[in-house]
Design a binder for this molecule. Structure first.
Ligand SMILES: Cc1cc2nc3c(=O)[nH]c(=O)nc-3n(C[C@H](O)[C@H](O)[C@H](O)COP(=O)(O)OP(=O)(O)OC[C@H]3O[C@@H](n4cnc5c(N)ncnc54)[C@H](O)[C@@H]3O)c2cc1C
Length: 498
């Protein structure tokens, strides 16, 4: 008699990659079980409440909101977006200020060009080039149909046709850091503008693509905040019959005869499965869940060279304030130097969240600020005792508040502290390496990490999650879950159309 028992896919982690893998596994006819250490879904894509206010922890821009793109199809398939989705009414990427002057990167590129030239006519040529290359970068769409190792000649030809101008961007800006690029501008505010958003060691093309994504309407913010998006994916997964076990940390992936056979939970329970898809941080994966020797060489090299492969996190503070016009704006300010972690900072951003009712209570809303932290700053936070950690945070909150009040006198005396969190928060909550909530920064000194998901010496194990493809982020996470299932199907010689 034919055995109709479905094969079981065990997924470690209930973040965006985990739910994506789960939903695509169910679509492909597998049974799916997710094991998540926390009590709720979402991983890094979450939010939490303080004093009755909602603090959003994730989406500043969601690549793939433009219909008729491959990534949009994926977001729709996993239930994160639908055709009726409302997006935040925000018409700019961000604003930078310096010494009483300000400029904005509008979604309307023409408006940006005019504003930048009005600020600094002597930079006109470089500004026009900037805008032109952002325009070219609109062609850079995230390929989410299938993993690249499954691409055929036709796929490359199609990509070539749709991305005719993008090679110019890579040629000119593929290997130059933002810090270096910013020096091409004479005006100090423009220099700040170029370095404000991403860590300045980032390759410039990443910044151009980010801005192009916003300007092209392909990087909107879904209304309802990040946690709601994760909850929509959880619902879709459950409605399809997926099983999720919360508060179930995974201790180990079991391997027998060079094949993944299941997992062991922190509580000692063994769970058997036909396939295992870890979506957790790869540092945890190869230092705890699997023996170290399975770590791919390119990843080992990245962890060994933090200068070429920095991991970034943030020191963040949220306050409640009265609603003001221009809600949704992200504004970078110059400030008196402030030492956070190991380094001194003279810039930080303030983002107001009043564009969405979910962040509004009694006529007040949330503002948040973030100061980028990296590997060396993480070491600082890690070295503190619990008392020192608490005291350092408290002191920094006061300092941050003073600086916001100086830049925005309208908030003075009216800011209510809600919460402050550090790289250690992400380490505790998601087991994130050095508290990093993206994968390695793509710098001119490093190569882009591109893992194919399978590991030498272990069958039936397919790695997913944002760390499989630097610099990570939501698009990588959601596509990686789909790709893991397509890789299984390919191995089984089945159709990968799911
Ligand atoms: C402040 C902030 C802003 C961001 N802004 C953006 C943005 O604007 N755009 C964008 O694209 N991206 C953004 N990101 C990044 C984005 O959130 C992540 O790229 C994405 O959520 C990663 O998803 P993932 O599923 O790969 O990993 P994770 O979210 O880390 O999911 C892994 C899951 O595994 C769980 N886990 C860990 N260890 C174990 C274990 N031993 N057993 C069981 N479960 C375990 C974790 O709890 C977690 O739920 C931001 C992140 C943050 C924090």
């Amino acid at each position: 008699m034919k055995n109709n028992k479905k094969e079981k896919v065990i997924i470690i982690g209930g973040g965006i990659a985990g739910f994506s893998a789960g939903i695509y596994a169910l679509r492909a006819g597998f049974e799916a079980e997710i094991y998540e250490k926390n009590a709720i879904p979402g991983g890094e894509c979450i939010g939490w409440n303080r004093k009755g206010y909602h603090i959003d922890n994730c989406i500043h821009w969601l690549t793939g909101t433009k219909k008729d793109t491959e990534l949009y199809d994926v977001w729709k398939t996993v239930g994160a977006l639908d055709d009726e989705m409302e997006y935040a009414p925000i018409n700019s990427f961000y604003t930078s200020t310096y010494k009483e002057q300000k400029v904005t990167l509008w979604n309307d590129l023409k408006r940006t060009q005019e504003e930048l030239i009005a600020l600094s006519p002597e930079d006109e040529e470089e500004i026009k080039k900037f805008i032109q290359y952002v325009e070219y970068s609109k062609q850079c769409l995230f390929p989410a149909k299938k993993p690249m190792e499954m691409w055929g000649v036709k796929d490359y030809i199609n990509m070539g046709k749709t991305m005719m101008d993008f090679p110019k961007v890579m040629k000119e800006f593929g290997e130059i850091s933002l810090e270096e690029y910013s020096k091409r501008f004479k005006h100090p505010l423009l220099q700040h503008l170029m370095c404000d958003y991403l860590p300045k060691s980032y390759c410039t093309y990443s910044f151009l693509v980010s801005y192009a994504t916003m300007a092209d309407g392909n990087g909107n913010i879904p209304m309802g905040a990040s946690l709601q998006m994760s909850l929509r994916m959880e619902k879709k997964y459950k409605d399809m019959g997926g099983k999720i076990c919360y508060n179930k940390g995974v201790k180990k992936i079991n391997i027998a005869k060079k094949k993944a056979t299941g997992i062991e939970l922190e509580d000692g329970t063994f769970i058997e499965g036909d396939y295992v898809i870890p979506t957790v941080d790869t540092h945890l994966l190869f230092n705890k869940l699997l023996p170290k020797e399975y770590m791919p060489k390119e990843l080992r090299e990245a962890y060994d060279s933090p200068k070429a492969y920095p991991a970034t996190s943030g020191f963040q503070v949220a306050f409640a304030v009265e609603l003001l016009p221009n809600e949704g704006e992200t504004i970078f300010i110059d400030m008196d130097p402030l030492c956070v972690g190991q380094r001194s900072f003279e810039r930080m951003y303030v983002k107001s969240y009043g564009y969405d009712p979910v962040f509004i209570k009694d006529g007040k809303t949330v503002i948040q600020t973030c100061i980028t932290q990296t590997d060396e700053d993480y070491e600082f936070w890690k070295s503190l005792s619990p008392e020192e950690y608490k005291a350092t945070k408290e002191k920094l909150v006061k300092e941050v508040k003073l600086r916001i009040e100086k830049a925005f006198p309208e908030y003075a005396g009216k800011m209510e502290f809600l919460d402050a969190w550090t790289p250690l928060t992400y380490e505790r909550y998601c087991n994130a390496y050095h508290g990093s909530y993206m994968s390695f920064v793509t710098t001119p000194m490093g190569k882009q990490i591109k893992m194919k998901g399978q590991l030498k010496g272990i069958k039936n194990l397919y790695v997913a999650g944002q760390w499989t493809n630097s610099p990570g982020g939501l698009p990588v996470a959601v596509a990686s879950g789909k790709f893991a299932i397509q890789r299984i199907l390919k191995k089984q010689r089945k159709s990968i159309e799911i």
